[in-house]
Design a protein around this ligand. Sequence first.
Ligand SMILES: Cc1cc2nc3c(=O)[nH]c(=O)nc-3n(C[C@H](O)[C@H](O)[C@H](O)COP(=O)(O)OP(=O)(O)OC[C@H]3O[C@@H](n4cnc5c(N)ncnc54)[C@H](O)[C@@H]3O)c2cc1C
Length: 494
Amino acid sequence: MWDVAVVGGGPAGAAAARLLASWGHSVLVLTREVDRRRGLAESLPPSSRKLLAAIGALAAVEQAGFGRGIGNAVWWGDREAQLEPYGGGARGFQLFRPELDALLQQLAVDAGATVVRGATVTRVAPDGDGSHLHYGTATGARTARARFVLDASGRAGVVGRPVRRYESAFRMQALIGVWQRPGGWRLPDESYTIIETCEDGWAWSIPVAADIRHLVVMVDGTVSQVPRGRTLDATYLTALARSRQLEGLRAGATLLHTWACDASVYSSSAYAGPSHLLVGDAGACIDPLSSFGVKKALASAWVAAIAVHTAMSDAARRAASLDFFAAREREMFLAHLRQSRDYAREAFARHAHPFWGQRAAVVVPDGHDTPDEAGLARAADVQQAFARLRGAAPGPLSAGNLAYDTMPLIRGREIVLEPALRIPGVTSPMRYFAGVDLLRTADIARGGHDVPGLYEAYSHAVAPVPLPAFLHSVSLLVARGLLTMQPRPATPHV
Ligand SMILES: Cc1cc2nc3c(=O)[nH]c(=O)nc-3n(C[C@H](O)[C@H](O)[C@H](O)COP(=O)(O)OP(=O)(O)OC[C@H]3O[C@@H](n4cnc5c(N)ncnc54)[C@H](O)[C@@H]3O)c2cc1C
């Protein structure tokens, strides 16, 4: 009986396995053999470094010799090229995914996980206090038992497929061509990801070596008008000819091979069962346009590992931990869908085609699990309170009507229930806003401080935070009556 069996050794599976093994759990990873001919060139934004560090993989990824990612060159609609370098000289990675996956799997092994490559899981059957996994290898059929199963099988969705919900407006197929150009392309900066919208699709290119680039076209078979050729190469070249920038990269280059894969966007109606979680793309897949798929998979793995570790350490927190994971996956998916819809609205203004029109019209439900911080910051009463706080002479603050509740939070490698505040107009309890601890702010305000004094006391007692974030948090507390601001006593005239 393993503590945890992980189905799939992509970024999500390997990262979760590494964390859980390093925290002392017995972990079995079953993963199919990698097909390098169907390996993608992918781009990881600089913000994925924090997650790579959290799983103890940043140093190894930095030393692996992957390409540096310094930003995007974007042709959105008929606009001129926009160079979008990552701010502050930040660096991401441009890499060939099979190489990243092999590295992350090795790190899982180093942490103590058992990784079986060439193992295809065919069925996961819950049984009492765990699950039976049935899998095939080159030497025959096998079974294993585990207390917890993490389905990290990506689009295959070994456990998750029955609860999958596709976004019909975001159906997409990727047509991928691997090109070689002796001596490279001699672009102003080869390491930019090139992204371009077309009338009824979009295209992008990422280098994996000085002389190799993947040129990829995304289409929606139901609305894009790409005539199907006699071969995949022919269909691909027709689709590529609809782009302007990528088509230009063909000159002097040789097409090594093509392949195609589904890239449709989907989520799940449930991300957790009694003893399984859907991690990474097994639960939800976002629009590849964002280049956040691997980052999202790593984040999902990090929270899944914490949820499973908590559930196995303390039965009383099991349900809350699994719910926490599921709520977070739902929110992440909705936030990404909202962003893709907004990109599509911009593109639709320039390409009046149903490909963009149907994406632009998607209705994204509000998330209920975590408050919409940006929306709260824009609320009229919060803005008014902000203006008063920044006014010439804000008066002293004191605690108003405080209503307490509890909420699950990540502390180290566990999910714990901690006190939080009930904020009028917000459905779920809140502990943090703009990175500021609202509960501690309200507690410190009991001592009676003016705004500068409260800021100083908070920075000293909790942690230094940027002043604008602190003022926004205090504005929220004042606007919703949890803090009151006294009028400043008039200065007597002498
Ligand atoms: C065309 C395209 C371009 C993309 N570009 C980017 C990009 O530039 N940047 C980015 O961050 N993201 C990109 N993504 C998204 C990214 O590829 C995924 O989000 C990411 O791979 C998800 O990781 P994962 O570990 O959840 O799943 P996967 O990477 O899909 O890993 C799943 C693993 O499970 C294994 N598996 C599947 N079935 C079984 C089974 N039955 N038994 C055992 N093992 C199994 C697979 O072999 C694989 O190893 C792109 C996606 C597409 C489709």
